[in-house]
Design a protein around this ligand. Structure first.
Ligand code: NAD
Length: 303
């Protein structure tokens, strides 16, 4: 199989915009689509790419289509379509490839893969880890589920967006690992916030305590990369929304229930984050959860 050169990219959000920008910069023939036409227009004015008027136009012009959408529901709507609009799969031909790089639900991905296979379309899941800064400089970790043969044919495309590419197993396994990773990441964030609040009440400066954690066994990705930058600074601007984080925790917990593996501790973390989102409202950054925990403790970590 040859590496596809004509690439479609659907979903130009916080992550999709810089990821697609790297593909355009690497010289692939890129066709982009987003339901938000302003963002699509901004993308083509800043990059060498064609704006598609519809999903059908993307399907007609591309050998490989990447989706970078909020969740499985949006991915399914874009691929299968609905009464209003045909989805990508209607006009994708046999031998074309669909790669879902969103953080989707693994069981829904498997189901979609079966429907696409019946039309001769290859599907892979390739969710990413690293956030907006790594999407911008092409250093994402990419977790690929599917077949090794299709991965090898798409590898040059992935290498433009990421510097660590993992094959996790059959279709859906990338999405499973991604949701489980995000559960673990959220647990690290929540635990760090709670312990910093206890330390603060005791009289320890949170910045000093966080520095100590980072030289000690309690350190994690949140203490190293999020607490000082987004919580103590009060910027709450990581670029990863609380809505999407709760969606990922729901995915991880659905998986644990479906597979009958107890995950009591993780479920408690999911409940806390869902309650924080319910109380704080939609459209916030995931690091805003700190403000909800501060409210419970009646104490603040930053000024
Ligand atoms: P986002 O909400 O910023 O972007 C989603 C984009 O998809 C928007 O531009 C929206 O207009 C578009 N869209 C929605 N439905 C559509 C449809 N049917 N057709 C075409 N366009 C549509 O989200 P994001 O932060 O870029 O995240 C995208 C995915 O990547 C999510 O699954 C998220 O969980 C995952 N992710 C995000 C981060 C991060 O740091 N933001 C990191 C890793 C993974």
């Amino acid at each position: 199989m040859k590496t596809p050169q004509k690439i479609g990219f659907v979903g130009l959000g916080k992550m999709g915009f810089p990821m697609a920008g790297r593909l355009a910069g690497a010289g692939f023939a890129l066709t982009v689509f987003d339901i938000n036409r302003d963002v699509q227009q901004r993308f083509v004015s800043e990059n060498r790419a064609t704006a598609a008027g519809s999903l059908s136009e993307v399907a007609q012009n591309c050998e490989l289509i990447i989706t970078m959408l909020p969740d499985s529901k949006a991915v399914r709507a874009a691929i299968i379509g609905g009464p209003q609009e045909d989805g990508l799969s209607v006009l994708m031909g046999p031998g074309t490839i669909l790669v879902d790089m969103s953080s989707s639900a693994p069981l829904a991905t498997r189901e979609l893969g079966k429907q696409l296979a019946a039309k001769g379309i290859e599907m892979m899941d390739a969710p990413v880890s690293g956030g907006v800064p790594k999407a911008c400089n092409g250093t994402l970790a990419i977790i690929v589920g599917g077949t090794q043969e299709v991965l090898e044919c798409c590898r040059p495309v992935f290498e433009v967006m990421g510097d660590r590419i993992f094959f996790s197993g059959p279709l859906g396994s990338g999405h499973a690992v991604k949701a489980l990773n995000n559960m673990l990441s959220a647990a690290g964030l929540v635990a760090a916030i709670e312990m910093l609040l206890v330390g603060r009440r005791f009289g320890v400066d949170p910045k000093v305590m966080n520095d100590i954690l980072n030289a000690s066994t309690g350190r994690n990705n949140s203490t190293e990369n999020k607490i000082e930058r987004y919580v103590l600074s009060r910027s709450f601007s990581s670029g990863f929304s609380l809505d999407l984080m709760v969606k990922d925790l729901d995915t991880a917990m659905e998986l644990s229930r479906e597979l009958e593996v107890p995950a009591i501790f993780s479920n408690c973390c999911r409940e806390l984050c869902a309650a924080a989102r319910q109380s704080l409202g939609k459209g916030l950054d995931h690091t805003d959860v700190a403000r909800w925990f501060e409210g419970l403790a009646q104490i603040r970590l930053g000024d």
